[in-house]
Ligand binder design. Sequence first.
Ligand code: ADP
Ligand code: MG
Length: 507
Amino acid sequence: MFTIKGKTTDWELVIGLETHIEVLSDSKLFSGASADYNPTISPNTQVSMVDAAMPGMLPVLNEYCVEQAIKMGLGLNAEISRRSRFARKQYFYPDLPQGYQISQPADEPPIVGRGYVEITGDDGNPKKIFIERAHLEQDAGKLKHDAHPTKSFADYNRTGVALLEIVTYLDVKNPENNSYISSPDEAERYLREIREIARALGVSKANMEEGSMRADVNVSVRPVGSNEFRTRTETKNMVSFKFIKSAIEYEARRQIEIYENGGTVSQDTMRYSASDGTTSVMRSKEDALDYRYFPDPDLLELIVEDDMIERIRNTMPELPATTRARYINELGLAEYDAARLTESTDISRWFDTAVGDKPARAKSIANWMISELFAHPENWDEKNAVDRAQPGAPRIIRPSDLAELVDMISDKSINGKQAKEIFIKMLDDEDGSPREIAKRFGMEQITDTSAIEAAVDDVIANNPAQVEQYRGGKVGLLGFFVGGVMKATGGKANPAVVNELLRKKLG
Ligand code: ADP
Ligand code: MG
């Protein structure tokens, strides 16, 4: 159910995402030119004759890009097509010298077929988001209209770089099926999951700010319980999670208002304005026919052999979903904690390093990371997962620091309160390991029973009235005695030992 300003409505959202990720590869999809188009590189220096569409130049498929697409496909739990083709998608615009984009046909299975991604749904349960397809295609160049009063510029460095477009699936014949994205938050979680899979596999940097991940956002609304999908709009080229969520919200509200006023939504292509968070019509929707797709006669059919898929499968690292399952099933973490710790491979690697070969540490490490470290991003470096001490460098909390702190609590050399103090000292740039800090500040707990026993005896001797009350049945007074002993020992006595001794002597 969709809420507008805190009020639930009778409408629900149907969202489909077309996500483009820029494929990591040294060279472009069909040419040997460098695929590095970052803004520090001079315009039009990474453009081959193929990219410039010089007459007679022939595209040659980059095998590595195909491997990358297969890797991502396996990461999306998807079928890999043994045969697929490349097609020309005609459009005339100066960012693409060819006059068409080489893509894969809209009406044939592309290299990656049906699959799914698992996210946490809004109800807190795991939810599968089905993928319809993922296809390889060329990226376009960049146009610059604001550098000169009367001229526009074109930079073709990005032209022809490989993109993988991942499209979510909507089972139009079964509108009751709810395994599609149905809220702005789910859209964000889906995109983050795609990003993490792509990064874990080294398929893409999938960085929205850099433009290596972009999404077209399809939105429609329908009354709760309805058994058909309604007309959608598509907002193009979104490059931030925040804007995507805001565009979905705005579109949903706009469409609901149209329906509630008796109107109909037309299938338009929209643009989003970041300055006021609104969408507006860019053009009415084109369809596949408008593009005059036809098989590219310069390229052969793409045939993928089984052993290529198996070879790639064998090199796959652990994916976020598997890591999450491992944390829950083997380390006993709660689902929420497992989800937070797998938000990026860097974070999960940090966590794994801290846990090391002691699974008993896992829950405490998870708690410390989520409630303390995440709140202090300036004091840790999630990339610094490989545990290395750098003398003289600013105090960064390392996996080994947290491991040691947690071990000190469990071997009772400090209590929880002292651990927190040590943690704060580390945040304040205190040098040394937690054990060294504890020693330096005299924070080690007293576990030596004879020392604690003396304090216990004192407290009992000095408070005869309370002792009498306690023995008369007022057992709640135990806390009073514990407090007295802790005070006498400067807070250093091990609380478990104090409790045990007091019970024995008072009882
Ligand atoms: P195209 O936009 O190129 O025509 P599709 O028709 O395959 O491509 O749809 C693109 C995306 O829009 C897909 O993710 C699909 O699931 C989604 N979509 C299709 N129909 C609807 C709808 N009625 N409401 C919301 N999303 C939709
Ligand atoms: Mg589309």
